[in-house]
Write a protein that binds this ligand. Sequence first.
Ligand SMILES: *Cc1c(COP(=O)(O)O)cnc(C)c1O
Length: 404
Amino acid sequence: MTIGKPKQLALFGGDPVRGPEKTWPSWPIHDDLERTAVLEVLESGKWFFGERVRRFEREYAAFQDAQHCVSCTSGTTAAEVILQALGIGPGDEVIVPPYTFIATASAVMRRGATPVFVDVDKSWCLDPNLIEQAITPRTRAIMPVHFGGRICDIDRIRALAQRHKLTFIEDACHSWGGKWEGKGTGALGHCGFFSFQYSKNITAGEGGAILTDDPDLAALCRSIVNCGRVEGAPWYHHENLGTNARMTEMAAAILSMQLTRLEEQTLRRECNAAYLNAELGEIEGLTPQPASNRITRRAYHLYCLRIDEERFGCSRKRFIEAANAEGLPIGAGYPIPLYRQPVFAKFSHHDYSACECPVAEDLCARSGMWFAHQLLLAEEEDMRDIVRIIIKIKENVSALREEQ
Ligand SMILES: *Cc1c(COP(=O)(O)O)cnc(C)c1O
């Protein structure tokens, strides 16, 4: 296609594909809906745990096809509450992936239990082939992450959990709106949890939720979130060892408004990502996060891409520098697998020094790259810019070889 000499990379002084006049959608997105909702809460004087929290819980459960939703203050808290409600504690093990946010594993440790890391596969999610060999008599639960919004292999993990009588907990903190064979994430396993922190696809700054189809588990989680109180009992009756992790009315009011945009935004991201997957998948040395035909709606929290440095022709570091200079804010993702964080050596009796998950190590050290979900809310023309940028880098790749 290119006739003559390809245009010089912006990294070396050429014109960028996207100059500073071209901006990406900012996040969070809000308008009069949120403004009115917040003002209503403010002026009603009812700032405390009540009808708006309940309303959001009903709406969110319905949106994710779950029977019950228990809201709370964060995704991290949601994980800790679930693990407490399941009675997971000292001596127990929970299987988690090593390529994830800290909370997936730290929640397990804060219960006095041991996170056991099982590697991810090319989907960036827990490798179902490696789970069985990690199960011991102490294993209580499997807690995969739908990384970037890519739903893990639900069918195989559910079957493994059933066979070994383990609880299947979804860390669905990247998967608002995701559906597996038509059913929403969160209650595909026994239970799941979500985050509404600032960077997430639906947000009130902070916030979290637990979903389940199990009414007893939902009631116990609700009690733990609310100081151990139980439904129907007097205010000063404390049945369970709870905490205060209640969502505020202000947060719930914002989330209800955010939720009205979630479906349209999810579809738009999915459509733009499908275009990128098709185009970038054609470029030698790049692999978008793989699809599955059982994922009937795919949330995108991150757009994840793997680079094979040899086949692409330059290092990941140089690719990212070149892409950033052309106007694409892509980064290398997590720099180390979770088990190399100092917290595990400092606060666990388990020895993680021999822990090795080669796929996660490779994502961190060499191949993993991602950019944030809000870029996928831009126009088709902006997606074409992303493809143009990456083709331009490919065409100039010899200039990026480190040895030169
Ligand atoms: C964000 C996130 C969490 C925790 O959510 P917070 O609301 O930030 O506490 C847990 N797991 C994953 C995978 C996340 O991305």
